[in-house]
Design a protein around this ligand. Sequence first.
Ligand code: PLP
Length: 408
Amino acid sequence: MAKDVMEYRKDFPLLMNDTSAYIDNAATSQRPQCVLDAELKFYMEQNANPLRGSYPLGVAATEVYEDSRKVVKEFINASSTKEIIFTRNTSESINVVAYSYALDNVKEGDEILVSIMEHHSNLLPWQMVADRTGARLKFIECDRDDASVDLNKVEELITERTKIVAITQVSNVLGRENPVRAIADLAHAKGAVILVDGAQSTPHMAVDVQALDADFFVFSGHKLMGPMGIGVLYGKKKLLKNMQPFLRGGEMIDSVQRESAKFAELPHKFEAGTVNAAGAAGLAAAIKYIQSIGFEYMQERELMLTTRAMEGIKKIPHVKVFGSDKPEEHTGIVTFAVDDVHPHDVSEILASDGVDCRAGHHCAQPLLQYLGVNSTTRASFMFYNTEDEVDRFLKSLATIRERMGYGN
Ligand code: PLP
């Protein structure tokens, strides 16, 4: 049975030590003690270079690393651990697909379809592929008011020339979940593959890559309470098998001759050099922590916090929330603007009142241009945030215009 949130907060050393209200969870979440312990345990008790030594410590290190892969496989319901590749983060995972799949499968005249709401990490690699191959980059736009994507328009945009559709499951600015399964079906009907960016979905909802029929699925450990520097690339085995490795060296080989090399089997073919085994152990601990709480409880809390924030903002004149007016369509993300006040001033005033929020373009400049703004402020909640933190945020927000010299 789920505990009271104050009990869960005790699992997070930083939340216990820091008095500010941390509501920048979409940038990175906080880590529970069990994640820190798993990393420390690796270095204190299991440290050797994984996948190499046959002495007991080397075997233990390999076991920790490969057991973590099994935990990730179950977490996203991949059909095999061969489909789980550890990377540094979402950005690196997308780059692997861009360099190792796209450059070999996209040619001049082909099309790559992304959405207007992509994080730069799911845009710049495709710009590179388009530049190098002569392919055309096309954009799925969303509704400016409620952030929804019109599947009829997506269907029109996907043509026989489309080779890749790359789309986020949840926007890091608007928080709305995209209908990625339906988009996968449309992509597959035209012979294209789909990459789903799960950076903002995996911390908040159960993901089943087989149910989504994603060809590639990517996410970062640090956004779901795991360590920084560990990420995941899931790919369907039949695709990964035919791809060339992105990085070369270390244990990603089967055999090496003077002028050629035979690569290792999946997934090691894509994991060059010494791997982040402590990070993988921490990620597995984070996933087990999430599983011990359950997404149901986390979602219930995140919806309550989002609703409280959005209802509160409605009562503050001159503050506009971007995206849907339904809190359940925000995945804990509330991006807003205060009339006449620059978002950096908004976040500085909030910070002076002990509220940690992010201001800027949120690495989604094309989306902000599309919405007609240069920057915004974003509050993003995790289940461990409290009603009191939302109220502190609202109380501070309500004073901002006055403190900047504007009347209400
Ligand atoms: N994609 C989305 C939707 C994100 O929100 C982020 C990070 O904010 C990224 C990709 C990049 O993640 P990372 O910095 O962990 O590579």
